[in-house]
Design a binder for this molecule. Structure first.
Ligand SMILES: [Fe+2]
Ligand SMILES: [Fe+2]
Length: 477
């Protein structure tokens, strides 16, 4: 049973009637202290006593679900929320299309569903770990608060996945839930599951580009699961998507404010010369392009192999759909449809047709690409308005890939296949160099006076929850 109003009188706020299942409630309450010690050890550095102006979910309805107030992050009410069940919901695609959705997991789908939930769940604490040092170099109180908001919500997303594991996967589920707190981002012995979540997020520019691209991968994965036949997972991910929107906003607006500031500096200087821009302690646009190239390509890899029998199984069994499955007008079974994927043939990139069922990772990746390009266009509008010719762009999908057949090719941002030695000779033009990273680190001092912003980023156009720029979004104690 779910309600749209969340019960905050319980230790674990929820709308899934946790009270009605004492065993489950106790299991989750046993996991909670482990989560909190993980947060203390691996969560935002030095932040335990801060009072942060955070939003907390108070309802699962789309309108007006958030309540804003000061909270110490360890006291954040990480709850378990699902969108209310849709009466009579049926499976929208695959071999079981038209049958009622499942409220529990049957034996044959158990290991695939567990794997999807664990892979999604693992990314949530991973990004908190990746971002844990950023508070020390925050460009403003506003940005610091946004970082912490993203962090607590990723913590909540982890708990949402842990709830599903505990409730539906018995002993294995409990073990997987524990393992979520044991793997760590970048840990050589016990790393996070997916590559992009073991990369460092060393500075705020990386953070903004990461939340723009990598949280957007989250949006697409969650959307595909939200279509699925396992109703508790679908309803859980639907609610997560409402939180995810803010994470991508932080990324898009963050990059936009960097671009805005850089353009203002270039105007002042009457020059777009990167060395002069850097001397003025702003981020030159070619450097931003290299960050974009890196995070974009690493994120493309998250969608998995372009040709995958698992993807076909996930779809046919109904556990993972396509992005906006219900808006598509085909038969939603896809048995006799093809899809064009890019491969390497005699040293050249060539499209080839494969059965669509096997190409569903590629379908999702292509949807992601379409969605990513839109925001890049909005950043370019800022540059154009300021009167400069530079344009940011996403590189071709074969650029800097580590997964799938494209991983065996070196491809330039212009789309040409290169030899190993040519690639290495020019790599520094296209991916962040250690010099880029140390320059970025050198200009990112902590700026946390109310109303103040670091010199490399413009203030946002409005505050959080109608608060002004001078508002004390974080209080240090
Ligand atoms: Fe998340
Ligand atoms: Fe996120």
């Amino acid at each position: 049973m779910t309600r749209s109003i969340i019960d905050y009188t319980q230790r674990i706020p929820n709308n899934v009637d946790l009270n009605g299942d004492r065993t489950l409630q106790r299991a989750l309450e046993r996991w909670q202290p482990n989560f909190l010690s993980w947060w203390r050890e691996m969560g935002p550095e030095g932040s335990l006593d801060y009072d942060v102006y955070l939003r907390t979910a108070v309802s699962v309805e789309t309108s007006g679900w958030a309540h804003y107030d000061y909270v110490k992050m360890p006291d954040y009410r990480w709850g378990i929320f699902m969108r209310p069940a849709e009466a009579g919901r049926t499976i929208g695609f695959g071999d079981h299309k038209g049958q009622p959705v499942w409220q529990d997991v049957s034996g044959e789908h158990r290991s695939n569903l567990r794997r999807l939930i664990v892979t999604q769940g693992d990314t949530e604490p991973a990004s908190v770990e990746q971002q844990r040092h950023l508070g020390l170099t925050a460009p403003s109180l506003y940005d610091l608060r946004n970082l912490f908001q993203v962090n607590v919500e990723e913590g909540r997303h982890l708990r949402a996945m842990v709830y599903l594991l505990h409730k539906h996967f018995g002993h294995d589920g409990r073990e997987e839930a524990d393992a979520m707190l044991e793997r760590h981002s970048g840990d050589t012995n016990n790393p996070r599951i997916l590559g992009a979540f073991n990369e460092r997020t060393p500075d705020w520019l990386a953070f903004f580009v990461f939340t723009y691209f990598t949280d957007r991968d989250g949006k697409f994965q969650l959307s595909a699961l939200a279509e699925g036949s396992f109703d508790p997972l679908a309803r859980t991910t639907r609610f997560m998507l409402t939180e995810e929107a803010h994470h991508m906003f932080v990324g898009e607006s963050g990059v936009s404010r960097v671009v805005q500031r850089t353009c203002a500096v270039m105007k002042q200087l009457g020059s777009d010369d990167p060395s002069r821009v850097r001397a003025a302690e702003a981020i030159d646009l070619p450097l931003l392009q290299r960050y974009l190239n890196f995070h974009y390509s690493v994120t493309l890899d998250l969608f998995g192999a372009d040709h995958s029998s698992n993807a076909a199984i996930f779809f046919s069994t109904g556990i993972k759909g396509r992005y906006e499955e219900n808006k598509r007008t085909d038969d939603h079974v896809l048995k006799d449809r093809g899809y064009s994927i890019l491969g390497l043939e005699n040293g050249e990139l060539k499209p080839r047709d494969v059965p669509m069922l096997n190409a569903l990772n590629e379908v999702l990746r292509d949807d992601f690409i379409g969605d990513s390009v839109a925001g890049v266009g909005r950043w370019n509008k800022v540059i154009e308005k300021a009167g400069f010719d530079f344009r940011l762009k996403v590189p071709p999908k074969a650029f800097h890939r580590k997964i799938g057949p494209l991983a065996s090719a070196h491809v330039s941002p212009g789309g040409s296949v290169m030899t190993d030695s040519d690639w290495h000779a020019r790599e520094a033009e296209w991916l962040p160099t250690s010099e880029d990273r140390s320059f970025v680190a050198s200009i990112m001092g902590r700026c946390v006076e109310p109303g103040q912003f670091a010199g490399w980023i413009a203030p946002p156009s409005r505050g959080i929850n109608n608060q002004g720029m001078e508002f004390e979004y974080v209080r240090f104690n």
